[in-house]
Design a binder for this molecule. Structure first.
Ligand code: HSE
Length: 330
């Protein structure tokens, strides 16, 4: 049994990391939750019982077998390489994702890489969810172009994002002004086509992550991927409308067949009975829902439309991180 450390345990992703390890019977012998001085000494209720949060130190963290980092990229940049001299580090931030010597892993796709490094990056949530849905289609039909439009939940910005949405909804219903500190604009009663910072090319960083990270995970440096990332006023689970152009002829039936047997995917596609992917059903589920599969009118028999909903705190973060750890010890 392993000594597992979690840094950022009280955050939205950290809480789910602990739940997922417990629910999947990850072989935890000892669990240490680390935090800065602000939270150290406080207790936290977890499925492993009440835990007292330890003050973070590199030396203590290095003693663990596996350390999950669910904190900012700045913290990861400074400490992850030092901790990785002792423990396997699985980092949820974007700090190392595009480094050549750091594997970026979605276990259904490239889990074998988990045995090749001591510092492993967990992908961006939107990317991980899209990748699980797209990989079986890439294997069967060869992806040429991918166009993604996202509908991202407030919890993508962590607990503060969820709080701001709830407070904004309550304030709006009372006719009071809705404030915005976490998001660029009030999210309640709104839709914001702006996640993370704008880049010189007019895309946001969140959008470019889908391009950069999908290429790296698929091992396809030239895959054409374009994304529009939009924040919507729901609490949890990201949805994505995805258009693909394929190398080979693809039919909706053949795509459904490929997706039905793919790991991490739940085919939810019966529009005649109003059945298709939705956050209300995909929330707290491990599998990414895929449906609304149809021939794309522009690309014809070389193109598809699909709609995807995946819990971004699970497959988009905590579940994927634990699956990386499972692949490492397998
Ligand atoms: N950046 C994502 C979001 C979180 O803001 O929704 C997961 O990477």
């Amino acid at each position: 049994n392993l000594h597992v450390g979690v840094i950022g345990a009280t955050g939205a992703v950290g809480v789910e990391l602990i739940n997922v390890m417990f629910d999947r019977n990850f072989p935890v012998g000892e669990l240490t939750l680390f935090a800065s001085e602000r939270s150290a000494g406080k207790t936290m209720e977890t499925k492993y019982g009440t835990k007292t949060i330890a003050l973070f130190s590199v030396e203590e963290a290095k003693q663990c077998d596996i350390v999950f980092l669910a904190v900012s990229g700045d913290f990861a940049k400074e400490f992850a390489p030092q901790i990785a001299k002792g423990a396997l580090v699985i980092d949820n931030s974007s700090a190392f994702r595009m480094d050549d010597d750091v594997p970026l892993i979605v276990p259904e796709i490239n889990g074998a890489l988990a045995k090749t490094a001591k510092l492993i990056a967990n992908p961006n949530c939107t990317t991980a969810i899209a990748a699980v849905a797209l990989w079986p289609l890439h294997q069967a039909f060869g992806l040429k172009k991918v166009i993604v439009s996202t509908y991202q939940a407030a919890s993508g910005a962590g607990q503060p994002g969820m709080n701001e949405l709830r407070e904004g909804l309550a304030a709006g219903l009372e006719g009071k002004p809705v404030s915005a500190e976490v998001f660029a604009h009030p999210l309640a009663f709104n839709v914001i086509p702006h996640i993370d910072s704008f880049q010189e090319n007019g895309y946001t960083r969140e959008e470019m992550k889908v391009t950069w990270e999908t290429r790296k995970i698929f091992g396809e440096p030239n895959l054409a991927v374009s994304c529009t990332a939009v924040r919507i006023p729901i609490e949890r689970t990201h949805s994505e409308a995805i258009v693909i152009e394929t190398e080979k002829v693809v039919t909706p039936a053949a795509a459904r067949e490929a997706l039905a047997k793919a790991k991490g995917v739940k085919l939810v596609d019966d529009p005649a009975n109003n059945v298709y992917p939705m956050p209300i059903n995909a929330t707290k589920q491990y599998d990414v829902e895929v449906g609304r599969i149809r021939t794309n009118l522009i690309f014809g028999d070389h193109g598809l439309e699909l709609f995807v909903a995946g819990d971004q705190l699970l497959k988009g973060a905590a579940l994927n991180a634990v699956q990386i750890a499972e692949a490492y010890i397998a």
